[in-house]
Structure formats: structure tokens, C-alpha cells
Design a protein around this ligand. Structure first.
Ligand code: GTP
Ligand code: SPV
Ligand code: MN
Length: 583
């Protein structure tokens, strides 16, 4: 039993509010997993897949209106609206507690409340954060069991401390009109109601490890970022670590698990994380990165043995699939699978499906949840409590036009500006229009828990503390020709760009200076073994001055919302870009 008064007191208050029939404290054991799985399979919340072919694997279908994060229903609840800033939805804490309190009131009648203690970060590390999620969903419990270090270990780590994030979740009626995801950074609290989907309900992930953690990081002198972490080992056996921020469904998982092309023998890529990185200055003046998660919650469509063999091997066992197509043999399929579409199956909505029915078999934001430890390319040091020292940070987006394949910023301040002006086409990872270009600074627009202008300021301050900061780059795998075809082969071939980045960090290759940053010089990127011609490379690295003038205007327009709070360093870089374009 727990002997932590603050935990017990808070749980009993929430029990009074939600009035569950039963309260179950989760310890994270195998027995508990079996028991909960059996119960969820009996009620239909989970479907057991073919255990010969996919041992330990389960399928879950969400409600039809509950298939992605709902950014318009996500709020930062601070006393002062300025603290949430112009890019976040804001509600006062009083209004939020009262509004959601009414929905939570009695919401677990007839249900069980699960108490899920979890660690974000490596157990025993001084940098870890503890959360406790109260939920009425077994799907959430089993996902948290994969995504975090969950159970007794978290309570042991917490001891009698009151320093934990209070996370309350109820599916309630799964009604989008009564759905809210509210963050209370001043109370270290998260309340989420009315959803059963991923980022809305696995509260350790985006809610704690990004929105709440970004606030903590600002106070405590570190950063919580929407970044993958990987190690690139060259044929001489030296490894460079890189963190990369791309918006949702823009290639983090794929890059983190990259398999080198055959024409680059001796190169290896090691995976340390695919979605979240906590960054801290080390005693050596470098920036160190740690993945606080223990699982992957990855995009299913487009994942196959050609695009991402490491992911395919990771998800053959102990994996929870969400919103994919169920085949007659109890295995699964999704758009972009290696196998051709099956003759028939049950689609993500639970309806009979055939390849000609005109519906998607799997939802475009269907996902897998799998343990990091099952990934064949996992780095041996991924659980190092200090993290790994970064050579480079990469920003990137999905841009059919404008952004070249790769460029390097001039310095940390310019790199921060490059991150702050990132833009990308929206994807199925959030509810709403898709393919619309929007500003998504550092891929954090949906995840920054405080005023974004102050967040830019925090980036600049962090850089000033680093005597040996990582170099900052920008990439775009998604540039298209007039017919909408991708110009760059992407996936494994992205290693060619990573190699250029590492070479630049070591000062080993020349570059061409352009108004937006350093570009690869002619022949700087090894194209041997691809069908990318030199002319194509010229297109991929072309900087269209007229288009960049337009971009400059659009940046200024976007910056207006911050008024005088925009840090001077960002303004200066904007002016410097204007000056270089005019030259
Ligand atoms: P979140 O989990 O939402 O944060 O997404 P993510 O950034 O991890 O994206 P992911 O790696 O899952 O990729 C999303 C989609 O982009 C998939 O359909 C991929 O097939 C596609 N994709 C990834 N890398 C590339 C690439 O290099 N080129 C092209 N053309 N598509 C890519
Ligand atoms: C994202 O949308 O960036 C994801 C999936 O990684 S979710 O956990 O739903 O946020
Ligand atoms: Mn993500």
C-alpha cells in the first residue's frame, strides 16, 4: 500500500468527484496486464489479434469523432491570459475547474477508476518527473504501461513527496461537445475529459512531457521539445547525436529508425527516441538530450518494410494497434502496407470493408503503441540518465515549395529564428483541415505550455549558457514538382543529408553561403546509388528570392501577434534576413 498522504488525499478527492464503483491501484505487473487485457477483450474495448502471428497484440477502435488530437479543445489555464500567450487557447483556472468539474461529476459511476503512477524519464535520474493518471479507460492503462515506466516503480521513486503531476482523465460520453483537455501549470495538474484518443488521454505524453514540462523547463533551466533523438555512427565507429523537431506526422519516427542505403556501407543509425526530447546543458557546455518516454505511439499508414523496416520489426509483438483494418485471419492491414489490400476485412469504424468500397481501411491517423526496447536499432545508451550530447539540432517541415532540402543556420540565434519561423502543411494527426501551411515554431505550436514569445526568449537564453552548442539546421523532405511528386527519395536516403550535417559540424565540407543560411556546395551531398540528378539537386537546393521576400512578409505578419514581447534576438534576425535578401 502507498504511504503518501498527498497522493492519497488527492485520489480520494477525485474519487468523491467522479464517484467510480471501484478504485484499482495499478502496480504494472504482468498479472495485472493479463487481467486488464482479458477484461477489455470481454467487453469489446480491445480485440485480441492472431496470437500465433502477432503475439501479445491487440486492436482498439476509437469513437468516429475521436481519432486525433483536438487542438481547438486544448487549453492552457493560467491566472493571467498573457502567460498562455496568443498562440494557445486560454481559460481561467476557475472557469476550467468549474466547467470540467461539472462534466467529471459522477462521470465514473458504474465504472472503475484506475490509479496509474508513472515516470517520465529514466528511473533514478534526477531529471525524471512523476505523474499519476486517474482514468476510467483500460485502453489508457495498457497504453501508459508501454509508453511510460508505470506502476509500483513510480510510487517507489516518488516516496512521500508531493511533487507529482496530478492527471485526471475520464472518457465520460466520448462526446466532442463535452471534450476538454486542460492544463494547469500553476497547479501541476492536467484534466482531460470526453476523449479516448492518444495525445488527448495518454497524459504523460504531450500534456505532461511537453506542455507541463515546457513550463517546468523554463523555470528550472532546461527545455522540453517535440524532437526525435538519434545517433549516426560513421564507418570509423564515431557516433554523433542529433535531435530533430518536425511537426506531427512529418517524419520523426521514420528518421529515428532510418536504415542506411546500400551505397553507404559501414554507416549505422541508432534510435534513442521518436517524439519527445528533454534537453539540458551539461557541465561540458554541450546540450544533452534524453527521451522521457518508454514506448512509440507511431503513425501506421505508409509504414512498411521498405519505408521503415525497424518499425515493422518493432510492432510484431506486444503492440496495441489503434484504428487499423482487421483481416479475416485476425491480422491487420493499413494503407501503405507491404501486402496488397485484402479482399475484405473490417475497417477502422468496425464496418465490413472491400478494396472498392471507397473508404479507407485504416484511419489516416491510425497508430501503433510499442515498447522502445523492441526496436532493433535501439541505442545501447538510450536509458543513460544524463542523456547524450548533441552535435546538431534539425528543424523541418512539410513544404511542397520554398524550403530547400537542407540548410545550416549561421549561429544559435539565427537557428532559433529558423525554428521560430518554421511552417508546415497540417496533417491527420490533429482534427481539422489538412495540407494547409501554418506556422509551427519548433513543431511546438500545439504543445508549448506558455507564451510562445517567452519560449523563443528561453531558447535564446539557453543558447547563451552553452559554450559548445549544437549547430542548427533546417530540412525539407517533402518538396514537390509541378505534378505533386516528391523530388527527394526520402527515408533511408535522408542519411545523405545527415552525413552532410555531421560533416558541417566537424568543419569537414565547404558550403555555399546564401541569404537564408549555408547550402550544400556542388557535389556536397553524396548522390551515388540514387536516381537524383545534379539538375534535380539544383532544384532541391534552390533559394527563390521572390518567394523568400513573400515569406519575409508573412513572417512579419505572424510575429505581429506578439507585439513588443517578441525577443529582440528574433527581430534582429528577421531584419538581417531582409538585409541579406536585398543585397
Ligand atoms: P507524430 O507521431 O505524429 O509526431 O509523427 P512523426 O513526425 O513521427 O511522423 P512519421 O515518421 O510517423 O511520418 C509520418 C508520415 O510521413 C508517414 O506516412 C511517412 O511514411 C511519411 N514520411 C516520413 N519520412 C518521409 C520522407 O523522408 N519522405 C516522404 N515523402 N515521406 C515521409
Ligand atoms: C502527435 O500528434 O504529434 C503525436 C501523436 O505524436 S499524439 O500522441 O496523439 O499527440
Ligand atoms: Mn508527435
Amino acid at each position: 500500500m502507498v504511504q503518501n498522504n498527498s497522493v492519497e488525499q488527492w485520489v480520494s478527492e477525485m474519487v468523491k468527484l467522479c464517484t467510480p464503483d471501484k478504485v484499482v491501484w495499478c502496480n504494472g505487473s504482468e498479472e495485472e496486464k493479463r487481467r486488464l487485457t482479458k477484461e477489455a477483450v470481454e467487453t469489446g474495448e480491445l480485440i485480441e489479434l492472431n496470437q500465433d502471428k502477432l503475439p501479445g497484440c491487440l486492436l482498439h477502435r476509437t469513437a468516429k469523432n475521436d481519432v486525433a488530437r483536438t487542438e481547438h479543445l486544448t487549453f492552457i489555464c493560467t491566472s493571467r491570459q498573457e502567460d498562455a500567450g496568443p498562440t494557445n487557447n486560454w481559460m481561467s483556472p476557475e472557469e476550467a475547474y468549474s466547467k470540467l468539474g461539472k462534466i467529471f461529476n459522477g462521470s465514473m459511476k458504474g465504472r472503475t477508476m484506475y490509479v496509474v503512477p508513472f515516470i517520465m524519464g529514466v528511473p533514478g535520474s534526477p531529471f525524471s518527473k512523476i505523474g499519476i493518471e486517474l482514468t476510467d479507460s483500460i485502453y489508457v492503462v495498457l497504453n501508459m504501461r508501454i509508453m511510460t515506466r508505470m506502476g509500483q516503480a513510480a510510487l517507489d521513486e516518488l516516496g512521500d513527496s508531493a511533487d507529482f503531476t496530478k492527471c485526471l482523465h475520464s472518457k465520460h460520453e466520448l462526446d466532442i461537445d463535452q471534450r476538454y483537455i486542460c492544463h494547469f501549470p500553476e497547479d501541476n495538474t492536467i484534466w482531460s475529459v470526453g476523449s479516448g484518443y492518444g495525445g488527448n488521454v495518454l497524459l504523460g505524453k504531450k500534456c505532461l512531457a511537453l506542455r507541463i514540462a515546457s513550463c517546468l523547463g523554463r523555470k528550472e533551466g532546461w527545455m522540453a521539445e517535440h524532437m526525435l533523438i538519434l545517433g549516426v555512427e560513421n564507418p570509423q565507429g564515431e557516433t554523433h547525436y542529433i535531435a530533430a523537431a518536425f511537426p506531427s506526422a512529418c517524419g520523426k519516427t521514420n528518421l529515428a529508425m532510418l536504415i542506411p542505403p546500400e551505397s553507404m556501407p559501414g554507416w549505422k543509425v541508432w534510435t534513442l527516441g521518436d517524439d519527445i526530447a528533454w534537453l539540458r546543458p551539461g557541465p561540458d557546455g554541450r546540450l544533452w538530450a534524453l527521451n522521457p518516454e518508454a514506448g512509440f505511439f507511431g503513425v501506421m499508414p505508409g509504414t512498411n518494410m521498405k519505408s521503415n523496416p525497424n518499425a515493422m520489426r518493432t510492432i510484431q509483438k506486444n503492440t496495441i494497434y489503434t484504428n487499423v483494418l482487421l483481416k479475416e485471419d485476425g491480422t491487420i492491414w493499413w494503407e501503405g502496407h507491404d501486402d496488397p489490400a485484402p479482399g475484405r476485412g473490417i475497417d477502422w469504424q468496425g464496418q465490413p470493408w472491400t478494396p472498392v468500397c471507397g473508404e479507407k481501411g485504416a484511419h489516416p491517423n491510425s497508430r501503433f503503441t510499442a515498447p522502445v526496447s523492441q526496436c532493433p536499432s535501439i541505442a545501447s545508451n538510450w536509458e543513460n540518465p544524463q542523456g547524450v550530447p548533441l552535435s546538431a539540432i534539425i528543424f523541418g517541415g512539410r513544404r511542397a515549395k520554398l524550403a530547400p532540402l537542407v540548410y545550416q543556420s549561421f549561429n544559435w540565434q539565427h537557428g532559433t529564428f529558423v525554428g521560430a519561423t518554421m511552417a508546415s502543411e497540417t496533417t491527420a494527426a490533429a482534427l481539422g483541415a489538412q495540407g494547409v501551411v501554418r506556422r509551427d515554431p519548433m513543431a511546438m505550436i500545439p504543445f508549448c505550455g506558455y507564451n510562445m514569445a517567452e519560449y523563443f526568449g528561453h531558447w535564446l537564453e539557453m543558447g547563451a549558457k552553452l559554450t559548445n552548442p549544437p549547430k542548427i539546421f533546417h530540412v525539407n523532405w517533402f518538396r514537390q514538382d509541378e505534378d505533386g511528386n516528391f523530388l527527394w527519395p526520402g527515408f533511408g536516403d535522408n542519411l545523405r543529408v545527415l552525413k552532410w550535417i555531421i560533416d558541417r559540424c566537424g568543419g569537414n565540407v565547404p558550403a555555399e553561403e546564401s541569404p537564408i543560411g549555408y547550402l550544400p556546395a556542388n557535389g556536397g551531398i553524396n548522390l551515388e546509388g540514387t536516381d537524383v540528378s545534379d539538375e534535380m539537386m539544383d532544384v532541391l537546393t534552390y533559394v527563390d528570392k521572390d518567394a523568400w521576400y513573400e515569406e519575409l512578409r508573412s513572417q512579419a505578419e505572424w510575429f505581429k501577434q506578439f507585439g513588443y514581447t517578441l525577443p529582440l534576438g528574433i527581430l534582429k534576425e528577421h531584419e538581417a534576413l531582409a538585409f541579406r535578401l536585398a543585397k
